[in-house]
Design a protein around this ligand. Structure first.
Ligand code: CP
Ligand code: NVA
Length: 370
């Protein structure tokens, strides 16, 4: 029998699996928050629209092995495990033997004997690889030195929910034409329909900052979904994607849709979306002084994007937590910013992963792996 499904990076998933996870996230969001219109805007609908989400975690416990801090990922995991009828057991690095008195191999076997899933935020990526290798239950990466897959699912969900903001006159005309060509049917009652996320036109997505876990999962995902990436990182090779990441980018054929340079202004040229992340990832605090110097000129501002020639309607995203040196207040709190809907969507995307991977062991949606 095949082993349990794991998720260590989105590079491991096919495009249909990613799309299914996104649509499932939308369904869960719609089921659990009937007061939201399907794609996020507030609209008080009748309580009768509430559907209980799948209780696939009933009687199940997910071990949350977090060796680093977290607000969003932890809250998303704990609240969504409850909604799925299960429990998330938070185990910080001071709480358990893992990494101090016990190897990941032994901890994985023991935890997997008592819990039905592992959600782990680790230091080196090799730690989560070892957990997955020896775990008898699914392992999901909650952030490692190389990858942050759950973040990019939330980013994609947010972009799809805001697809209308990126519509061009041509894409609107196309959509209208397609609608007019469809045979006319009676409109279904929205209370009984299953929401799917709106389609998104191909975007130009700029990333200005450090080549770290968040960017790495974008590199192996956005191009496969039809989007182009433009990335600017400082000249020093330490700020380029490391070989294990770039190898996956090339293997998936994503490199042909990625422009990579050093000039943030060049990177934002034609950008529909501009994204950044911290310049000092967790664990790099000792390098702070040098990094702050190396990233001078990388702050995302209106001026940078105007001078660089971004699409005048560009939108801003950031995984959070955010520091002012990466993006100024005008952009971060301004009308271009999607950062808080993006943070909210961490919950629905993590809930979809828990339901499909840990609850049902069924990434392909055909029941074949249960
Ligand atoms: N974006 C993100 O992973 O946030 P936390 O570190 O707060 O979980
Ligand atoms: N790159 C950041 C992401 C935090 C969510 C870090 O690793 O600290």
């Amino acid at each position: 029998m095949a082993g349990p499904p794991h998720l260590l990076t989105l590079a491991d998933l096919t495009v249909p699996q990613i799309k299914r996870l996104l649509n499932h996230s939308a369904l869960l969001k719609h089921s659990a928050t009937p007061w939201l219109a399907p794609h996020g805007s507030l609209s008080y609908k009748r309580a009768s629209t509430l559907r209980l989400p799948s209780q696939s975690l009933f009687n199940k416990t997910i071990a949350m092995l977090f060796s680093k801090r977290s607000t969003r990922t932890r809250l998303a995991a704990e609240t969504s495990a409850t909604l799925l009828g299960g429990r998330a057991l938070f185990l910080g690095k001071e709480d358990i033997q893992l990494g101090v008195n016990e190897s990941p191999r032994d901890s994985a076997r023991v935890i997997g004997g008592m819990c039905q899933g592992i959600f782990a935020r680790v230091g080196e990526h090799s730690e989560i690889e070892e957990l997955a290798k020896y775990s008898p239950v699914p392992v999901i990466n909650a952030l490692s030195s190389l990858w942050h897959p759950t973040q990019i699912l939330a980013d994609l969900m947010t972009l799809h929910e805001h697809a209308a903001l990126f519509a061009t006159p041509e894409s609107e005309a196309d959509a209208e034409k397609q609608e007019n060509e469809k045979p006319k049917e009676r409109k279904p009652d929205p209370r009984h329909t299953t929401p799917t996320l709106p389609a998104l036109r191909p975007l130009t997505i700029a990333y200005v900052g450090d080549s770290a876990n968040v960017l790495h999962d974008m590199l192996v995902t956005f191009p496969r979904l039809g989007h182009k990436m433009r990335v600017a990182t400082p000249a020093d090779p330490q700020y380029r994607a490391p070989a294990p990441v770039w190898d996956r980018v090339v293997e998936l054929g994503c490199d042909k849709d990625i422009w990579w340079g050093e000039d943030p202004k060049e990177a934002v040229r034609g950008a529909d979306v501009v994204i950044t992340d911290t310049w000092i990832s967790m664990g790099q605090e000792a390098e702070a002084e040098q990094r702050l110097k190396d990233f001078q000129g990388y702050q995302v501002t209106e001026e940078l994007c105007r001078e660089g020639g971004a699409n005048p309607d560009w939108k801003f995203m950031h995984c959070l937590p955010r520091k002012k040196n990466e993006v100024d207040d005008e952009v971060f709190y301004g009308p271009r910013s999607l950062v808080f809907p993006e943070a909210d969507n961490r919950k629905w995307t993590i809930m979809a992963l828990f339901d499909i991977i840990i609850g049902k062991w069924d990434l392909d949606g055909d029941g074949s792996s249960t």
